[in-house]
Ligand binder design. Structure first.
Ligand code: F6P
Length: 364
């Protein structure tokens, strides 16, 4: 197909290391085919205020593969179907501005949108696809919770950062004979906590997929004492909850679908102190997990996602998401990709391995 296409790309939702590598790959692969690439700023905002659209060229994207963040900006509050806007008297009203997004897309003569995002952004992309905007999705999230792809980019970097943090906690925990509780991101999936907890030799890993009993967590800490290990490392996913308890969160933000998770680490630390008398501290690793340069793995997989998106566009595929089904990149229906999430399977080899290492999930 020798058609000279005008394609666009946006990044939506929480940033993840590797976004710039996708932008680079899409730009370079499109340029080779003689196409034009336009970067839409801050999710769909660039299609509401079209001054926020930039022509992406090899010169513009040179050197960005190793950079964290996204040169296009992103938002997790930019749902054009439910956009908070100020009315004439200054009050905030929620409006559906999706028709304006679509008409600007068409007016600019854009052929396809490469939508790089997690479940929320892919759901938006899917709604635009249903309205007639041709879309190819690219799966992004540090949480690794999209079912249609074996892995999302950003996850490996988040796990590496978390493992490094857990490694560092060992020496201070040991020096003070303390229990250190570290809360990690991941929303309703425990992938980051599980992978970094095993790699960082945690004593306890608490994930949303396995509701825990705080008494079992304390049993593990006290069992360590009996064996002469006088400190403990507890890794808690932000979405974990005690059996019969609720997920702890910090409420909602205007323009956002999901609650902001956080607080379980502190709760677990307090309960351990109360029940064991051990000196206990908690920390939240937070956005450090999303920051910095992507690992080699994330760069490579992000470049492969971007290049595959352009190949699929060239083949005439639309309304699909690029997915990694090792060793291949495949196109899966966008709707299916946007709808299905991926919790950690309870019989996964990583869970079995953790149990073999003596790691407790607070359930046995
Ligand atoms: O989905 C990515 C993620 O980092 C989650 O792990 C976390 O719960 C959320 O985004 C945090 O969002 P925000 O950047 O708005 O605090």
């Amino acid at each position: 197909m020798n058609e000279r296409l005008k394609i666009s790309i946006n990044t939506g939702g929480g940033d993840a290391p590797g976004l710039n590598a996708v932008i680079y790959a899409v730009t370079m692969a499109a340029e080779r085919r003689g196409w034009e690439v336009y970067g839409i700023h801050t999710g769909y905002a660039g299609l509401l205020d079209t001054d926020q659209i930039t022509r992406l060229t090899p010169e513009r994207v040179a050197g960005i593969v190793s950079l964290g963040g996204t040169i296009l900006g992103t938002t997790n509050k930019g749902d054009p179907f439910r956009m908070p806007v100020k009315n004439a008297v200054g009050d905030v009203e929620v409006r559906d501005v999706s028709a304006r997004v679509l008409s600007n897309f068409k007016r600019l003569g854009l052929d396809v949108l490469v939508a790089v995002g997690g479940d929320g952004s892919l759901r938006l992309a899917n709604r635009f696809a249903a309205m007639g905007m041709p879309v190819v999705g690219v799966p992004k999230t540090i949480d690794n919770d999209l079912a249609s792809t074996v892995i999302t980019f950003g996850f490996d970097t988040a796990v590496s950062t978390s493992t490094e943090a857990i490694d560092k906690l060992h020496s201070t925990a040991s020096a003070h004979e303390r229990v250190m509780v570290v809360e990690l991101m991941g929303r309703c999936a425990g992938w980051i906590a599980l992978n970094s907890g095993i790699s960082g030799s945690a004593d306890v890993i608490l994930i949303p997929e396995i509701p825990f009993k705080i008494d079992r967590v304390c049993d593990k800490i006290m069992e360590n004492e009996l064996h002469g290990k006088r400190y403990g490392i507890v890794v808690v996913a932000e979405g974990a909850a005690a059996q019969g308890g609720e997920v702890i969160h910090k409420g909602r933000e205007e323009g956002r679908r999901e609650v902001i998770l956080g607080g379980i680490g502190e709760w677990v630390a307090k309960e351990i102190h109360k029940r064991t008398g051990k000196d206990t501290r908690s920390l939240v690793l937070g956005h450090l997990q999303r920051g910095g340069s992507p690992t080699t793995f994330d760069r490579l997989v992000a470049l492969r996602f971007g290049a595959a998106a352009v190949r699929f566009i060239a083949e005439g595929r639309r309304n699909v998401m690029v997915a990694l089904h090792p060793p291949d990149m495949v196109a899966v229906p966008l709707q299916e990709a946007a709808e299905k999430t991926k919790p950690v399977p309870l019989d996964s080899d990583s869970i079995v391995t953790a149990r073999d290492m003596g790691i407790s999930f607070g359930d046995d």
